[in-house]
Design a protein around this ligand. Sequence first.
Ligand code: SF4
Length: 60
Amino acid sequence: MPNGKPAGVRCIQLNEANMCRIFGQPERPLVCSDFKATIDVCGQTNQEAMWLITDLEQNT
Ligand code: SF4
């Protein structure tokens, strides 16, 4: 996203299946490539991930 992705805003690169459209391509932001998904941040479902990430945002 041109000015970065604000917290809680869906990335414009996500497709309908919640897959990154630019995965593996050079324009994918480094922060995305460096992120390592863990169960404590991502949970096991999209709903859990949203809850966990929102909680992290609000408490840090
Ligand atoms: S990996 Fe990065 S660019 Fe791709 S959908 Fe997720 S936030 Fe967007």
